[in-house]
Design a protein around this ligand. Structure first.
Ligand SMILES: Nc1ncnc2c1ncn2[C@@H]1O[C@H](COP(=O)(O)OP(=O)(O)O)[C@@H](O)[C@H]1O
Ligand SMILES: [Mg+2]
Length: 325
């Protein structure tokens, strides 16, 4: 990969999120090892890698479910890297800092509810976590609990009488209806979430996350278990979210086809270490990525005919092309 091609990478100039020198240790296991990457504002960024590579752990650290053992994670409202604001927050021990240019948030210092409500970084889970006994609409209203409670003044009187609460309630319902419509589930608004087929539950989770109006939407394997048709619909939905709401999307994905089709930027993890980082074309032809995905780390093994065939399918290149760089 040439330095020249790196300099055109937009995510370096306008990162909505940066992970810097992050490590996460579970007892004796170093699940993430000194990981750094940027997520460009408005980009679809994919985090890929074999099972156990540490992808979900990265999400858990970014969204506050785990506190990383080491490292800094910065989210930015407003444009540009806002270096001075980040340094100010870091040295003053603050969780966030606002300036005329925007605001920066040090996520490793924030609990999960602040990360979603204030920093506006929202997520879905690898294993669906909906309230299965509640209706679709209720699931989306619960997600908006915070603005509703603020509007009530945190009193029962507020909930029963205040105009501000009625207005907030109406806005929350309208937002829920908007997202139910856009994920194609408005007709099922009053059904229990647990009664939905699997693919619909995955889309409902995305709708729930979008009700938080996130700046960054983190999706953990949203296409897992979907059929090709549902997977194609999901790609359209992600593009719609990015294009009409300007939401930056950080996506964990297993399916290389999905990743290469929709991603502006691809980051590859293997054993908790970043092994490649670039646009789809660069990453696809990186021999380290091919080796990690096919479980080969030595050119000699690529001479096995089945492996060679897989390799050509993944990279579209012959052995010679895949090997020289
Ligand atoms: N809470 C935890 N406690 C101990 N080990 C964990 C925990 N979460 C993840 N790990 C380990 O960290 C490594 C990375 O896991 P994970 O982030 O789930 O990988 P991926 O999502 O890429 O498949 C694995 O070896 C996994 O067993
Ligand atoms: Mg995972």
């Amino acid at each position: 990969m040439s330095t020249q091609s790196r300099s055109v990478h937009r995510w370096k100039d306008d990162p909505v999120l940066t992970v810097e020198h992050m490590s996460m240790r579970f007892g004796g296991l170093l699940a993430i090892n000194n990981l750094s990457f940027e997520v460009g504002r408005g980009d679809i960024t994919a985090l890929i890698g074999p099972n156990g590579a540490g992808k979900t752990t990265v999400f858990n650290c970014v969204t506050g479910f785990y506190k990383p053992t080491e490292g800094r994670i910065v989210a930015r409202h407003g444009t540009g890297a806002q270096v001075a604001a980040v340094e100010h927050a870091t040295t003053k021990g603050k969780r966030w800092h606002s300036t005329d240019a925007g605001a920066v948030f040090l996520l490793e210092r924030m609990p999960d509810y602040e990360i979603s409500q204030k920093a506006k970084v929202a997520r879905t889970f690898q294993n669906i976590r909906l309230f299965s006994g509640m209706t679709l609409l209720e699931n989306l209203l619960v997600a908006q609990h915070n603005p509703l409670m603020v509007a009530s003044g945190y009193t029962i009187g507020g909930i029963l009488g205040l105009k501000s609460f009625k207005r907030a309630e109406k806005a929350a319902t309208e937002k829920a209806a908007y997202w139910l419509d856009h994920v194609g589930l408005i007709d099922r608004a009053d059904d229990a979430a647990g009664d939905l087929p699997y693919g619909d539950q995955r889309r409902l989770e995305i709708a729930r996350a979008m009700c938080l109006e996130p700046l960054v939407l983190c999706l953990d394997e949203p296409a897992a278990g979907l059929n090709p048709r549902e997977s194609a619909d999901l790609n359209l939905l992600l593009r719609y979210i990015r294009e009409t709401h300007g939401t930056s999307i950080l996506l964990i994905e297993h399916d290389m086809g999905v990743v290469m089709e929709i991603s502006d930027h691809v980051i590859v993890l293997d054993y908790g270490v970043k092994i490649a980082d670039g646009d789809a074309a660069e990453v696809k032809s990186d021999p380290r990525v091919v080796a990690a995905y096919l479980g080969v780390d030595d050119e000699a093994e690529i001479d096995v005919p089945e492996v060679r065939k897989d390799l050509i399918e993944v990279t579209g290149r012959t052995k010679k092309g895949a090997g020289d760089e």
